[in-house]
Design a protein. Structure first.
Ligand SMILES: Nc1ncnc2c1ncn2[C@@H]1O[C@H](COP(=O)(O)OP(=O)(O)OP(=O)(O)O)[C@@H](O)[C@H]1O
Ligand SMILES: [Mg+2]
Length: 120
């Protein structure tokens, strides 16, 4: 991954992120900066570490090293649900619903206060 230059306005900034699974170095010294209002893609071959990087950004996996700052606040030690409440919401590669809940209840679980579509 090519690092981009950090801007003071970066909404999301991660530096030095590392994660290994035994001898597999899934993410090595990754750096990413996402500016407010931008749309950014992450591409790479199977096994490149994309999902692991997403998991590190939202602390779904604990990084071995590295820092993640969202909207000016270091978040790498916050639990996932607190990061989500701060406004950084992730999706999963394989989307799942909670089968014991109704369709409506599943939809009500969506993050509140999003700028996109709303459940009315
Ligand atoms: N929980 C885990 N335990 C052990 N190894 C893992 C684990 N998660 C990921 N890996 C390994 O880390 C590497 C990166 O995997 P990752 O799933 O992040 O890649 P990816 O870029 O998302 O791939 P894909 O395009 O197939 O989704 C792979 O070698 C994978 O086998
Ligand atoms: Mg993946």
């Amino acid at each position: 991954m090519n690092p981009t230059v950090a801007q003071p306005s970066s909404l999301l900034s991660a530096t030095g992120l590392c994660k290994s699974f035994g001898g597999i170095h899934a993410v090595q010294n990754a750096e990413i900066h996402v500016e407010q209002g931008s749309i950014v893609g992450l591409i790479g071959p199977n096994g490149a570490g994309k999902t692991t990087l997403f998991n590190l950004l939202c602390n779904f996996l604990t990084p071995d090293q590295g820092t993640v700052v969202f909207d000016g606040t270091p978040i790498q030690s916050l639990p996932c649900h607190k990061i989500a409440l701060q406004g950084m919401v992730r999706t999963f590669q394989v989307a799942r619903v909670l089968s014991r809940l109704s369709v409506l209840d599943n939809m009500l679980l969506a993050a509140p206060h999003q700028q996109g579509e709303q459940l009315r």
